[in-house]
Design a protein around this ligand. Structure first.
Ligand code: ATP
Length: 304
C-alpha cells in the first residue's frame, strides 16, 4: 500500500457543461516513470494539474504523497517538482537568478551542480528570453528538481527539442529514477514514452482506455510481430510451413515472418533449424510499436 505515491479514484472534472475527465482511476507506485498519453484535448494537462493541486476536481478520491491536493496544495507543492513551461518565467531573469530565487524559496543553497549537469554553466548570466528552447527546458527541469522532490511532474518535457537535447534530457530523467524519484510525464512522443516509462495510461476524451506497461499494451494489439532470422545455410525456404505466420518475405540475408503468436513461431523456427543442422546467426523479434497500438486503440474507440 505504502508504495503508492499517487492514488486517483473516480476522478471527474467538467468545465461548465463540458466533461473533460470522467471516472479516471489509476495509481502510481514509488520509483515508477508513469506516462500519460493521449491526443490533443484528451485531458492530460487537466489530470496533471489536479494532481499538482493547481485545479480543483469536481469529484473523486485523490492522494498525492498521502496529501489531498485540493485541500493541502501548499504543503504538496513543497514536496513535488513541476517542470514549468517557459512562459512561467520573467523574460529578464538570468539563469543564476532563477536558480537563486527557486532555492531561496525552498530554503536550500543554490544548486549550481544541477546547472552544470544540465550544461547551463556558461549561461549563468544570460537572460531567460535569450536562451534557446532546449536551454529553457533544461533550466525548467533544473528548477523542478532542485529541492530533490520525491515526485516530479513533466508536461511534454522534450517537445520541440532536437535529438541530442532530447536524449540528454532522457539521460537525466533516467538518473532521477535511479535515485528513487517517481516521475509522471505527459507526452505526444510515443517513442519517448515507450523508451522511458514503466507504465502508461492512454487517455481519450477524458477516460482511460488502456493502462499497462508499454510491452503489455503492444502485446495485446492486433498488430503482427516481426521475426527476422538469419541462419548459416538458409534452410528456411518458402516451402517450410511455419505456424502463426500470416506473411513472410526475404530481406537481405534474413527470412522475415509476421506472426500472430511470436512464441509459437520462434519456437517452431528454432526447432526447424536445429533439426536441419543450420546454425543460427541472428534472430530479431520486433513487437508492434506503441505508436501503432495507440492508433489502433484510439481508432477503435472513436468508431465505437
Ligand atoms: P493537449 O495535448 O492539447 O495539451 P490535454 O490532453 O492536455 O491536451 P487538457 O488541456 O486537459 O487536454 O484539456 C481537456 C479538455 O478540457 C479540452 O477539450 C480543453 O479544451 C478543455 N479545457 C481545458 N481547460 C479548460 C478551461 N480552463 N476551460 C474550459 N475548457 C477547458
Amino acid at each position: 500500500m505504502d508504495d503508492k505515491i499517487v492514488q486517483v479514484q473516480h476522478l471527474r472534472k467538467a468545465y461548465a457543461n463540458y466533461v473533460a475527465i470522467e471516472d479516471v482511476n489509476f495509481d502510481v507506485h514509488r520509483g515508477e516513470i508513469f506516462g500519460l498519453l493521449g491526443p490533443n484535448g484528451a485531458g492530460k494537462t487537466t489530470t496533471l494539474e489536479i494532481l499538482e493541486g493547481l485545479r480543483q476536481p469536481d469529484a473523486g478520491f485523490i492522494r498525492v504523497l498521502s496529501l489531498d491536493p485540493s485541500r493541502e496544495a501548499h504543503r504538496l507543492q513543497n514536496l513535488i517538482g513541476i517542470q514549468l513551461q517557459a512562459s512561467g518565467m520573467p523574460d529578464s531573469i538570468t539563469v543564476r537568478e532563477a536558480m537563486d530565487f527557486f532555492c531561496a524559496y525552498h530554503r536550500i543553497a543554490p544548486r549550481m551542480d544541477l546547472l552544470e549537469r544540465l550544461e547551463l554553466q556558461e549561461k549563468l548570466n544570460t537572460q531567460h528570453y535569450m536562451l534557446s528552447t532546449g536551454q529553457k527546458r533544461r533550466l525548467a527541469l533544473a528548477l523542478a528538481i532542485a529541492h530533490k522532490p520525491a515526485l516530479i511532474f513533466l508536461d511534454e518535457p522534450t517537445a520541440a527539442l532536437d535529438v541530442i537535447s532530447r536524449s540528454e534530457l532522457h539521460a537525466v530523467i533516467r538518473e532521477l529514477q535511479d535515485e528513487g524519484t517517481t516521475i509522471i510525464l505527459s507526452s505526444h512522443d510515443m517513442a519517448e514514452v515507450e523508451k522511458l516509462t514503466s507504465r502508461v495510461a492512454i487517455l481519450l476524451h477524458g477516460e482511460i482506455v488502456a493502462i499497462g506497461t508499454p510491452n503489455e499494451l503492444t502485446a495485446t494489439g492486433a498488430g503482427l510481430t516481426k521475426i527476422s532470422i538469419h541462419t548459416e545455410h538458409s534452410s528456411l525456404n518458402e516451402d517450410v510451413n511455419v505456424p502463426a505466420v500470416s506473411q513472410r518475405m526475404l530481406k537481405d540475408e534474413y527470412d522475415v515472418f509476421f506472426s500472430t503468436d511470436p512464441a509459437v513461431t520462434v519456437s517452431a523456427l528454432l526447432d526447424y533449424i536445429k533439426a536441419h543442422q543450420d546454425p543460427l546467426i541472428d534472430l530479431r523479434v520486433e513487437r508492434p510499436s506503441l505508436e501503432e497500438r495507440f492508433l489502433e486503440i484510439t481508432t477503435q474507440k472513436e468508431m465505437a
